[in-house]
Ligand binder design. Structure first.
Ligand code: MG
Ligand code: MG
Length: 279
């Protein structure tokens, strides 16, 4: 490790996943992108179901169970189940929980916002997507946070183009979040995806000067996943050693799509049949 890298590493928040190792990006052939698209279509259909289920009174465990059943009935495997020991098929994170919430007995109540993150494996290919949804009627501030986070994702996708550097994604997210008075979580990032759930490159949601910034080429498939906080960008890990929370307990929202860059443009593989945020 060079001295400068060491200095930067010491300045990073505890628990940061930033890595200096050389990245190796596995570009996908058009054929492989089609296979990932098939996985992503199952995942998109899961989300259409989830939207109908998210209501006051339901437990996060019941939502998780329905997600697992849906995925297995489609002949697929939930990517997250057992991943590093994670017990659920979905990460379900409520209000001040940013990501990685464990589904269980907790009951959704009117006014909550709930982030649901799901991955699917079909024929060995992963897809990964997340949405934050309102539970019944929610505060206008919460609506604005969710809307802005979804817009951050849309703007990041729109910034992708062959020949541009990966950092256009982080710049697009950071600018839009900050223009709306929000902060961007920096200790968790998006990622390449394919035969593995998490591949290179790491995809920061902010201007990051410590990670590699490769030029984007056709065949790049990544999961872009802005995590936007109403207050501080600082996050902590809960006692369950999974759930990530905002340090100031203010609300957080998370949206994610699996996206392929092709020679003729961008394909949003996890695009919902009914469309979200105009995608
Ligand atoms: Mg995800
Ligand atoms: Mg992801």
């Amino acid at each position: 490790m060079k001295l400068m890298e060491l200095v930067v590493l010491l300045m990073l928040p505890k628990g940061s996943k930033v890595s200096f190792r050389k990245q190796s990006i596995l570009l996908k052939t058009p054929d492989q992108v089609d296979k990932m698209q098939a996985s992503a279509e199952i995942l998109a259909s899961v989300f259409i179901n989830i939207r109908k289920m998210v209501k006051p009174g339901i437990t996060t465990g019941a939502i998780d169970e329905a997600i697992e059943t849906h995925i297995r009935e489609a002949g697929c495997i939930p990517s997250f189940k057992g991943y590093h020991g994670f017990p659920g098929s979905a990460c379900i994170s409520i209000n001040e929980e940013v990501v990685h919430g464990i589904p269980g007995e907790r009951v959704l109540t009117e006014g909550d916002i709930v982030g649901i993150d799901v991955g699917v494996i079909k024929d060995g290919w992963h897809s990964d997507s997340a949405e934050t949804l309102p539970v019944g009627l929610v505060d206008p501030e919460a609506v604005k946070l969710m809307k802005t986070t979804e817009e951050c994702l849309t703007k990041a996708i729109a910034a992708m183009e062959p020949g541009k550097r990966l950092s256009v994604i982080g710049s697009a997210v950071e600018d839009h979040a900050k223009a709306n008075g929000y902060s961007v979580v920096e200790t968790l990032v998006g990622h390449g995806i394919g035969r593995d759930l998490h591949e290179d490159p790491q995809v920061p949601n902010f201007r990051c000067y410590t990670m590699p910034d490769p030029i984007m080429e056709p065949g790049l498939v990544i999961a872009i996943e802005p995590m936007i906080n109403g207050g501080t960008k600082r996050v902590i890990t809960a006692r369950d050693e999974w759930t990530i929370l905002t340090q100031d307990r203010k609300l957080s929202a998370h949206f994610e799509h699996t996206v392929a860059l092709l020679a003729d443009g961008v394909r949003v593989l996890t695009r919902r049949p009914s469309g979200i945020a105009g995608l």
